[in-house]
Design a protein around this ligand. Structure first.
Ligand code: FMN
Length: 341
């Protein structure tokens, strides 16, 4: 299946901070990382005719709705009715059927089958009628705890649903990490924020490595060349860490091209930095565990010897993982090689 190029997400909930909106935001974060273009249309605030005019440009349409009285929200129903009557869709269906993939993300209060089945049935019939290729549905239950929609299992479900409908193969997502209340977004999509985070990170590290302090430019930028290296080198994967939707730090992975060079590791965690306000929430440990779930082989990491907190952190997480590892002591650093299985 070919990877899609352009995804349209229709948000069909009135509550822009609610559960359905959270599903859309998490789906959008994943698409951003996969470098797939997308746009979210808010069905309660956009003109329906405009949305209708727009959606023919997309090759994937995801409709997100809360379940209301065992069916979709009134805005989604209105949208479906307009499409039902729109001849453009019906005539397209006859000539060139099943081109645009369409799927639903639903949030509901009752258990899944009882809550979502009537709408899923109606929706798949509607797709057939208007000539859309029905892909399937993703549903997440509202348990009364708002955070359910940003939890690890929900993020995984969203990631799998979006990967499936967009034709993204598994190997492309090796570095895409999400977990308990956090996810990563591609730094190249928001260089300004990443640059600022990196500067804070370097300043903090300069407490343990004096040479870093000397590498600051007069306009207070630390090691500016490093940033372009992150943005330009295919092997480097720089990310902004989001925790409950807020910017919480940065992480950079390196996946060397094994065909081109013989490296001492299969992948590296080059940098990881959590802002002070978000420490002690196990975010860094969560990211590393998720990375190790998806990637096996030798993982290399180094810690500045003087940075005792960092050394303790790595010792603990590596020890607890149960993987075999080696530590080499160099002048200023400990160099860890972990055999992730
Ligand atoms: C008017 C109304 C009707 C609802 N009807 C159902 C229903 O029939 N079945 C169900 O499982 N949940 C029902 N719910 C619960 C919502 O689907 C659920 O709380 C959803 O996550 C809300 O999403 P939102 O935060 O985007 O509004 C209903 C909620 C409201 C406000």
């Amino acid at each position: 299946m070919n990877k899609c190029k352009n995804v349209c997400i229709l948000l069909g909930s009135q509550d822009l901070e609610g559960n359905t909106a959270a599903m859309c935001k998490n789906a959008a974060a994943f698409l951003e990382n996969m470098k797939i273009k997308y746009k979210i249309y808010d069905l309660y605030n956009e003109e329906m005719d405009y949305v209708l005019f727009e959606i023919v440009r997309y090759d994937v349409v995801i409709i997100a709705t809360p379940i209301h009285s065992f069916y979709c929200s009134d805005a989604v129903k209105e949208f479906m009715d307009i499409v039902f009557e729109d001849e453009r869709f019906l005539s397209d269906a006859e000539e060139d059927s099943a081109q645009v993939k369409c799927g639903i993300m639903v949030s509901h209060g009752y258990d899944e089958a009882y809550a979502a089945e009537p709408f899923e049935t109606g929706f798949s019939r509607w797709c057939e009628h208007v000539g859309l290729d029905y892909y399937g549905s993703l549903s997440i239950r509202d348990t009364g705890d708002k955070e359910v929609f940003s939890r690890a299992d929900s993020l995984k479900k969203i990631e799998m649903f979006v990967s499936g409908i967009c034709g993204i193969s598994d190997e492309k997502t090796e570095w895409y990490i999400s977990g308990e209340n956090f996810y990563l977004t591609d730094a190249c999509e928001n260089k300004k924020t990443f640059d600022r985070l990196f500067n804070l990170y370097m300043y903090e590290l300069s407490a343990y490595a004096e040479w870093m302090g000397e590498c600051m430019t007069d306009d207070a930028v630390f090691i500016p060349d490093k940033l372009s290296e992150y943005y330009e080198m295919e092997e480097k994967k720089p990310f902004i860490i989001k925790y409950k939707g807020r910017t919480a730090g940065l992480v950079v992975f390196l996946f060397p091209d094994r065909k081109k060079e013989h490296d001492e590791a299969d992948f590296y965690i080059e940098e990881i930095f959590i802002l002070r306000a978000y420490r002690k929430k196990h975010i860094a440990a969560g990211i590393i565990r998720e990375l190790w779930k998806k990637n096996h082989g030798i993982c290399a990491v180094c810690a500045l010897k003087k940075n005792e907190v960092s050394v303790k952190f790595w010792d603990k997480i590596i020890e607890n993982s149960g993987y075999e590892y080696t530590v080499e002591e160099e002048e200023d650093i400990f160099f860890y090689r972990i055999n992730v299985k």
